[in-house]
Design a protein around this ligand. Structure first.
Ligand code: HEC
Ligand code: HEC
Length: 239
C-alpha cells in the first residue's frame, strides 16, 4: 500500500483540505485541534486502532494518549526521514507543522484502552535482568535506568517522553533494534540511540519482555515532571 500523494487517496482525502489554505507559521500556531478532527483522523485510526494492533508481522503502535510533544516529534521524524515506514512517510509528506501539532494534541487527549500485560516468554534470569535494566540500569554497560527518563511508573513524562508500558515486547525490541542499526533516529543528541547501542541483543529482549509483562498502573497517564534531571542529554528535552 502506498500513499504517494496527499490528495489522490480517497480514504485520506480529508487530510489534504487544510493545506490548500495558507497556514500560520508553526511558532504562532495554535495546537487546539479542529472540531472535525475525529472525521479527519479516521484514516489513522483504521491502521492504529485505539490501542494499537498487529497485522501480519507489522506492529501498528497505539498513538492515543501518548504525550503530545512525543507524538509531534514522531510526525516530524517520519517527515524528515529520521524514522521510516512507507505509509507514514508518504502520508505526512505535505502536512504543515501547525496541522501536525493539532494532530499530536488531538491524539494525546484521547483516552486509552490498554491491552492486558503479556505473559513473559523468557527464563526467570532473563526476566530479572530486564527488571534490573528498567528500574536500576547497569553501571557496567553505562545504561541508565529506563525509569530515570520514562518516569518512575514508566508511563512517560509529558510533554515529550513516551510511556513504556502497554506496548508489545516485539514492538519495543524492533524500535530498539532500529536505533541500534540507525533506522530510527531522534533529535540530536539521540540518547536512545546511545542507550540502545550500549545494550546487547539479549539485554534488549530482556528489558522488552519485562516491560511488556507489567500491568499499566492507574490510568497510565504520563507524569507531569521528571523525578530528577535526565541522566544523559536528549535532543529537544529540557534537562
Ligand atoms: C497504513 C497504515 C498506517 C496509517 C494509515 C497510519 N499509520 Fe501511523 N504508523 C504506522 C506504522 C506501521 C507505524 C510504526 C512504524 C515503525 O515501526 O516505526 C506508525 C507509527 C506512527 C507514529 C509513531 C508512534 C510511536 O509510538 O512512536 C505516529 C505518531 C503515527 N504513526 C501517527 C499517524 C497518524 C497521525 C496517521 C494519520 C494521519 C497515521 N499514523 C496513519 C502505520 C500507519
Ligand atoms: C536519558 C533518557 C532516556 C533513558 C535512560 C531511556 N530512554 Fe527511552 N526514550 C527517551 C526519549 C527522549 C524517547 C523519545 C525519542 C523520540 O523522540 O523518538 C525515548 C523513546 C523510547 C522508545 C520508543 C517508544 C515508542 O512508543 O516508540 C522506547 C521503546 C524506549 N525509549 C525504550 C527505552 C528503554 C527500554 C530504556 C531502558 C533500557 C530507555 N528507553 C531508557 C529517553 C530515554
Amino acid at each position: 500500500m502506498k500513499f504517494r500523494s496527499r490528495c489522490v487517496v480517497g480514504v485520506l482525502a480529508s487530510l489534504c483540505v487544510p493545506f490548500a489554505l495558507s497556514a500560520p507559521s508553526a511558532a504562532h500556531a495554535s495546537a487546539e485541534p479542529r472540531p472535525d478532527m475525529a472525521r479527519r483522523m479516521a484514516a489513522c485510526i483504521s491502521c492504529h486502532g485505539k490501542e494499537g494492533k498487529t497485522i501480519n508481522t507489522e506492529y501498528l503502535p497505539r498513538i492515543a494518549g501518548k504525550p503530545a510533544g512525543y507524538l509531534y516529534a514522531q510526525l516530524k521524524h517520519f517527515q524528515d526521514g529520521r524514522r521510516h515506514n512507507t505509509a507514514m512517510n508518504g502520508l505526512l509528506e505535505h502536512l504543515n507543522d501547525a496541522y501536525l501539532r493539532q494532530i499530536a494534541e488531538y491524539f494525546s487527549r484521547l483516552d486509552v484502552l490498554y491491552p492486558p500485560p503479556e505473559s513473559p516468554r523468557v527464563p526467570a534470569s532473563v526476566f530479572a535482568r530486564g527488571q534490573q535494566l528498567a528500574l536500576d540500569g547497569d553501571k557496567a554497560t553505562k545504561v541508565p535506568a529506563c525509569a530515570s527518563c520514562h518516569g518512575a511508573t514508566l508511563t512517560g513524562v509529558a510533554p515529550s517522553i513516551p510511556g513504556l508500558l502497554g506496548l508489545p515486547a516485539a514492538y519495543m525490541s524492533a524500535q530498539l533494534g532500529a536505533w541500534r542499526n540507525g533506522q530510527r533516529k531522534a533529535y540530536a543528541p539521540d540518547c536512545m540511540a546511545s542507550h540502545a547501542r550500549a545494550m546487547s541483543a539479549e539485554d534488549v529482549n530482556a528489558v522488552a519482555a519485562w516491560l511488556a509483562a507489567q500491568p499499566v498502573p492507574l490510568n497510565g497517564k504520563p507524569a507531569n515532571a521528571l523525578p530528577a534531571p535526565l541522566p544523559t542529554e536528549c535532543g529537544g528535552i529540557p534537562k
